[in-house]
Design a binder for this molecule. Structure first.
Ligand SMILES: Cc1cc2nc3c(=O)[nH]c(=O)nc-3n(C[C@H](O)[C@H](O)[C@H](O)COP(=O)(O)OP(=O)(O)OC[C@H]3O[C@@H](n4cnc5c(N)ncnc54)[C@H](O)[C@@H]3O)c2cc1C
Length: 254
């Protein structure tokens, strides 16, 4: 959405839920998901409360890989505000990783006046050529490297700022051994988690193609339609089983 921050988009989605009187809860971290002992469906607890639902949709997205690094005023992990807040002016910057985000952040640091930017990647860079062209070849170091946050060195070379751009990993609440593909929840085309009845997953936490806001949103709609169709099947089965009740029994109920 043009001209709006992610936070503003999230706020307007929430306003939409409120306007439509959709029950919802914010600021609840799902520690785990487990089969409900008392109800058909699932319990979603944390240390404060437990919520129970017949259907659960996991839409917890992905987070940047840390690989032991800790964020502070000299180390940024992943793209976005975490790295943008670092003061790189006249600093020696090291970027770890070889994907689009690594090169994008290297270009961003140079534009913001970094004294030098070096990219360290274990394998040949995978970033789009249009991004790779912006960085001088001698600043891209391909091969195994040792990065030491406590000394702020990479392969023994000192740096003032380190940007960690190792890609993403799915945020999956604990409690269940879910089927994974490449570390993401493996769902069928309805968004259903195989072997886990009434458990669905949508968006970037799954193994779907090309994560972005639009595809995640559309995936959520598909999952909602899948659940709606299950509910309609169940309710029509209940109605037809009621219609099978013998007339004498219906008469005695009346
Ligand atoms: C810096 C950056 C820039 C991007 N720019 C764009 C762009 O311009 N255009 C675009 O289309 N896409 C962009 N993307 C990608 C886009 O943000 C994602 O693909 C999209 O947000 C995925 O949606 P999602 O709903 O699956 O997950 P998310 O938007 O990540 O939402 C998951 C939510 O679940 C919450 N959560 C995680 N674990 C738990 C838990 N255990 N309990 C409760 N809640 C939990 C998280 O806090 C988060 O609020 C960008 C991503 C980044 C990082």
């Amino acid at each position: 959405m043009q001209g709006k921050t992610g936070q503003e988009v999230a706020a307007s989605l929430r306003a939409h839920l409120e306007a439509a009187a959709v029950p919802h809860l914010v600021n609840f971290t799902a520690a785990k998901i487990q089969r409900s002992a008392e109800h058909a469906g699932w319990d979603v607890p944390n240390e404060r409360a437990t919520h129970t639902a017949h259907y659960v949709v996991i839409a917890t997205g992905a987070k940047p890989r840390r690989e032991g690094f800790v964020e502070n005023d000299r180390v940024g992990i992943g793209p976005g505000v975490t790295t943008e807040r670092l003061n790189v002016a006249d600093k020696r910057v090291a970027i770890l990783g070889g994907g689009d985000n690594a090169f994008d952040n290297a270009i961003f640091a140079l534009r913001r006046g970094a004294r030098s930017v070096d990219i360290y990647c274990r394998r040949a860079p995978r970033a789009q050529p249009i991004l790779q062209r912006e960085i001088a070849a001698q600043s891209v170091h391909v091969g195994p490297f040792q990065a030491d946050q406590s000394r702020m060195t990479v392969n023994g070379t000192p740096h003032d700022i380190i940007g960690v751009q190792f890609g993403y990993e799915a945020c999956i609440p604990g409690g269940l051994r879910l089927p994974l593909r490449d570390g993401y929840i493996n769902v069928d085309r309805r968004g259903s988690v195989p072997e886990f009845p009434s458990l669905f997953a949508a968006g970037e936490v799954t193994n779907y193609w090309h994560p972005c806001v639009t595809t995640s949103y559309a995936h959520g709609v598909q999952v909602a339609k899948s659940i709606q169709s299950e509910l309609l099947t169940v309710s029509s089965a209940v109605v037809s089983s009621q219609m099978d009740v013998p007339a004498s029994l219906l008469a005695s109920v009346a």
